[in-house]
Design a protein around this ligand. Sequence first.
Ligand SMILES: CC(C)(COP(=O)(O)OP(=O)(O)OC[C@H]1O[C@@H](n2cnc3c(N)ncnc32)[C@H](O)[C@@H]1OP(=O)(O)O)[C@@H](O)C(=O)NCCC(=O)NCCS
Length: 180
Amino acid sequence: MSALAIGWSGGLAEREQRVEVVRDAWISAYTHIFTPAEINGIFDDGLTGEGSWVPARLAPAGTLAARRGGRIVGVADLGLLRNGDGELAALYVRPEHQGQGVGTALWERSIAELRARGCQRMEVWTLARAEARHFYEARGAVAVGEGAFVVAGHREPAVGYVLDVSAARGAGRGPSTPAR
Ligand SMILES: CC(C)(COP(=O)(O)OP(=O)(O)OC[C@H]1O[C@@H](n2cnc3c(N)ncnc32)[C@H](O)[C@@H]1OP(=O)(O)O)[C@@H](O)C(=O)NCCC(=O)NCCS
């Protein structure tokens, strides 16, 4: 298997690939949570999902992509919050590439990038019924908030986690610049 490379991805060139990663991860991970009509609606029919935590956002801080042989196998959206913290706003790995360290590599790089932008804490929200909670908890994130993600009147409980990223791990690395 070819080596894993983490870098920025932006603009239209790879947009289709990024959406495909998120869609495939949703279909494999959330079928016990959302109906096919809700999932298809979000990805194909302009249905919008509203997270209760979104108003805390200040600005996007780039999208990281994990690539194997030039193909995107995972994505991580970064953002800055109004309180100065960072947010891992999305983390998705193609189902056939899960369990191979891709998510962990994106997680570690996200921490390094947010820390390099002066963030002391990284926030991440996920659905209360999502398996991803175990991933975050195994990496030291602490549940600090409750909210909801609403799709076409379906209100799904969500959990907000926070990780202290101020520790020395990864220190000294300057911020790199997201692709446009
Ligand atoms: C959560 C997610 C991003 C993790 O990415 P990943 O590449 O599978 O993560 P890694 O391989 O680095 O680690 C996976 C963890 O699950 C375990 N695992 C083993 N086999 C696995 C498999 N087939 N699928 C998923 N996880 C597996 C690993 O042992 C590891 O456990 P650990 O936390 O004890 O270290 C990914 O599984 C995913 O996209 N899930 C669906 C979408 C989702 O819920 N995203 C979060 C939205 S907020």
